[in-house]
Write a protein of this length. Structure first.
Length: 528
């Protein structure tokens, strides 16, 4: 690693009277991977957007190789060798892998886009990442991790010296995240600098050479490599006196004795090949699986978002029609999607975004009772540590805070089954602990909770039982007590990953079964 080539000092940005980042300094060396860590709403994304030219600072300066630079738009930053890879996927679905890599930067010959040179450019960028992808493949055919690699390749195809990655692994399983981390380390070895924003401390510990801590709109820490560990990272997000609160232990054995609330029998559709399981009142059941395992599809079909081609889903013995979200809500199925852009009402304030799930409760005989609504929403937002005025437009909240609002929405309603899809993606460690605590409390009131998450520690902290899906089939049901990440991982890839002893799988489902003829699972997911 050589001396600093990028320096920012005194960067300040505010939205109206709200200061998002103030007096921020940042110094980067060639080939450095700098983690960026801090609580939700701290100002991390704002700082990244200033460096990437998506926002312009009120004051402060940036220098590249000692010379002052000022970016008025992202194109200025790109021309200076800085590219931002945002958290949300920005790929053109109708274009190939190669076309997506060169999108907006197509090499031209005599003014015309050169298909040959575009392809070469894309292949070179993908090669540098070690991504073995067919440049002609449709980008829609790729797994989430490969799509993410295409987005990183796009930055490399622009000869970026600094690549800013915003939560690049937020919705990826650990092995898949590993592909991103390996690529980042390999590219950093060639002299490219990375700013790596993440709430996943495992990633930061593995990949970062140094960490910038952001808190309350200020840069509050600059940790060298030998100071990067779980305790220092947690303390950047949560004050030291809250450390124990931030990482709560899983209760020894959750009291799971209720009757079946959610029954899924022989579910088919998409990759699913006859998946059956039960979730009892008071139980928290997790589903783990790699991309393409079918975990996402189970969630979408049970929630009534996607239609199923076969099988039965019932809640409290009431069969839900296929692909009917309204009927599912009426039957008491709450759903918090992993992709918050599917859940927020962007043109509405925080209050409406939270109260919408339960509007009839805030009025009597059709007359609204705004005070009751406000009181309830204040209680719910406090429970997920979402601070600030309820009248703020939700789109002005940081990503993690939007996620908290969506979660609070479903706490307002008395539901039978709560479906959580990556419930704490982009949420800081402190609020994550609060959300886990709320989930446990909701389960204790008798709800059946189903959690699909790529975050293995979350499954282990939260769940009484973890079902593992592989290529559309249920391959294991692992009891929560004593469960380890390596045991879940091993079941996900159908092979032991290390020497850690595996709990014996309780259930091994056949890869397929004729419609309507599959045996039912008992309460613990065992087949009878
Ligand atoms: N366009 C905007 N209008 C008004 N306020 C904004 C806007 N963008 C960000 N903010 C506010 O600036 C503050 C910093 O937000 P920012 O997105 O930078 O936080 P963050 O650290 O990236 O959070 P997260 O980890 O949740 O993504 C927050 O209070 C947010 O509500």
């Amino acid at each position: 690693m050589s001396g600093p080539w990028f320096e920012a000092s005194g960067l300040h940005k505010q939205f109206g009277s709200m200061v998002a980042i103030s007096e921020a300094d940042l110094t980067l060396r060639a080939g450095e991977v700098r983690g960026v860590v801090g609580p939700n709403g701290a100002g991390k994304s704002t700082l990244m957007q200033l460096v990437a030219g998506s926002l312009t600072p009120e004051h402060g300066e940036m220098r590249i190789d000692g010379a002052p630079v000022a970016f008025r738009r992202p194109a200025d930053a790109i021309a200076a060798g800085i590219a931002l890879v945002p958290q949300e996927m920005r790929l053109a679905p109708n274009l190939s892998v190669a076309d997506n890599v060169v999108l907006g930067n197509e090499p031209r010959r005599y003014g015309w886009v050169s298909a040959r040179r575009s392809r070469q450019l894309a292949e070179r960028a993908l090669d540098r990442l070690g991504a073995r992808l067919d440049p002609d493949a449709a980008v829609t055919s790729l797994s989430p991790v490969d799509r993410r690699l295409v987005m990183v390749a796009r930055a490399l195809a622009r000869d970026a010296r600094l690549v800013i990655l915003d939560e690049p692994t937020a919705a990826l399983a650990p092995q898949e995240a590993g592909a991103i981390l390996d690529a980042v380390r390999a590219i950093a070895g060639t002299g490219v600098t990375f700013l790596y924003v993440s709430h996943r401390f495992d990633d930061i510990e593995q990949v970062a050479d140094a960490v910038t801590g952001v808190r309350d709109a200020r840069v509050v820490a600059d940790l060298p490599k030998d100071k990067i560990n779980r305790a220092t990272l947690v303390s950047l997000v949560s004050p030291v006196d809250e450390l124990s609160h931030a990482v709560p232990p899983r209760p020894a054995a959750a009291a799971v004795a209720g009757s079946t609330v959610l029954a899924v029998d022989d579910l088919t559709g998409g990759p699913l090949q006859g998946v059956s399981f039960r979730v009892a009142s008071g139980e928290i059941v997790g589903i783990a699986g790699l991309s393409g395992s079918g975990a996402d599809e189970v969630m979408a079909m049970v929630a009534g978002i996607d239609p199923r081609t076969g099988g039965v889903v019932s809640v409290r013995e009431k069969i839900l029609p296929s692909g009917d979200r309204v009927r599912a809500v009426r039957a008491g199925v709450a759903y918090v999607p992993g992709n918050r852009t599917l859940a927020v009402l962007p043109n509405h304030d925080v209050r409406s975004n939270v109260s919408i799930s339960n509007l009839p409760a805030y009025g009597k005989w059709g007359v609204p009772a705004p005070q009751r609504e406000t009181a309830t929403v204040l209680e719910l937002t406090a429970a997920v540590q979402l601070e600030g005025a309820l009248s703020r437009p939700i789109s002005s909240l940081s990503g993690g805070n939007q996620q908290k609002a969506v979660f609070a929405r479903w706490m307002a309603r008395d539901c039978a089954a709560l479906l959580l899809h990556d419930p704490t993606a982009g949420v800081d460690v402190r609020a994550r602990a609060e959300i886990h605590q709320r989930v446990r409390e909701l389960a204790a009131t008798g709800m059946a909770v189903l959690v699909v998450t790529t975050d293995l520690p979350e499954l282990i902290e939260l769940c009484d039982r973890v079902l593992v899906l592989d290529r559309g089939a249920l391959v294991a049901s692992l009891p929560g007590d004593g469960l380890t990440e390596s045991a879940v991982l091993a079941a996900m890839v159908s092979a032991p990953l290390d020497a850690a002893p595996l709990p014996a799988p309780l259930e091994v489902a056949p890869s397929s079964a004729p419609l309507g003829s599959a045996p039912l699972n008992d309460q613990n997911g065992r087949r009878s």
